[in-house]
Design a protein around this ligand. Structure first.
Ligand SMILES: NC(=O)c1ccc[n+]([C@@H]2O[C@H](COP(=O)([O-])OP(=O)(O)OC[C@H]3O[C@@H](n4cnc5c(N)ncnc54)[C@H](OP(=O)(O)O)[C@@H]3O)[C@@H](O)[C@H]2O)c1
Length: 219
């Protein structure tokens, strides 16, 4: 049976590398893209499908869920990084929380019941070391707060899911994308590796963890 996967923010960067990696493993992959034309341009060459998805718009999220149908693998990859200071920048704070915390919650909430019913699911939350208390909540503005909240969401949700539906968070390292910049140390493919591994976990694999380079790290 072909598993179906959905990768948010899949039109470029790490998300595109995750989508390609999952397609290479034989999954039927959909990418979510704010701009559907950009989504198709990214999806067509790697043999995956695109759906319009703006994570700041709840209706766009529910329409994408309806369009894709039953899903086995969800990768909450999309992210935003504002350079603004934290205090005095409420709109950057709201957008960060919306895109990297509330929207992943909405997607998990919409898709996990079907995974539970079918007895299989893998949910991967693309987080960051900047969201780890153990690494000092680095990064500018609200970014670390949103990623710490995404980590908390991962841990809490794992306690409500059966072992058949696994949810884990991961840090891709510092990756050469629009967000990471040209000077970053890792390629998008290297950044995608742990997310792909978590998306393909076997039945006895971990859940409720935080990983980098396929190894557990502290929250
Ligand atoms: N690069 C790094 O060094 C690094 C390090 C640690 C963690 N991460 C995390 O890795 C993930 C991917 O980052 P990246 O480096 O690949 O960044 P990127 O190249 O900037 O790509 C970000 C993706 O998120 C999408 N996105 C942003 N806001 C959205 C919204 N409202 N609705 C739907 N999609 C939205 C973007 O879509 P558009 O094309 O429409 O803007 C784009 O596809 C993020 O969660 C990031 O926080 C990255």
């Amino acid at each position: 049976m072909t598993r179906k996967a959905f990768v948010t923010g899949g039109n470029r960067g790490i998300g595109l590398a995750i989508a390609k990696g999952l397609a290479d493993q034989g999954l039927d992959v959909w990418i979510g893209s704010r701009d559907l034309d950009a989504g198709h341009q990214a999806a067509d060459p790697i043999g995956v499908r695109a759906v319009q998805l703006d994570l700041e718009d709840k209706r766009s999220i529910s329409e994408a869920i309806g369009r894709i149908g039953a899903l086995d693998v969800l990768v909450n990859n999309a992210g935003v990084l504002f350079e603004d200071r934290f205090l005095g920048a409420p709109s950057a704070f709201e957008t960060s929380m919306r895109v990297m915390v509330e929207a992943p919650y909405d997607l998990i909430n919409g898709l996990a019941p079907g995974m539970i019913e079918r007895g299989f699911g893998r949910i991967v939350n693309v987080s960051s070391g900047w969201g780890a208390f153990s690494e000092g909540l680095g990064g500018p503005g609200a970014y670390g707060i949103a990623k710490a909240a995404l980590n908390a969401l991962t841990l809490k949700v794992s306690k409500e899911l059966p072992r058949t539906v696994k949810i884990n968070a991961m840090c891709p390292g510092w990756v050469r994308t629009r967000m990471g910049g040209a000077g970053a140390t890792r390629s998008p493919e290297e950044g995608a590796d742990t997310a792909i591994w978590l998306a393909m976990l076997p039945e006895n694999g971990p859940t409720g963890g935080f990983f980098r380079d396929r190894k557990a790290i502290d929250w």
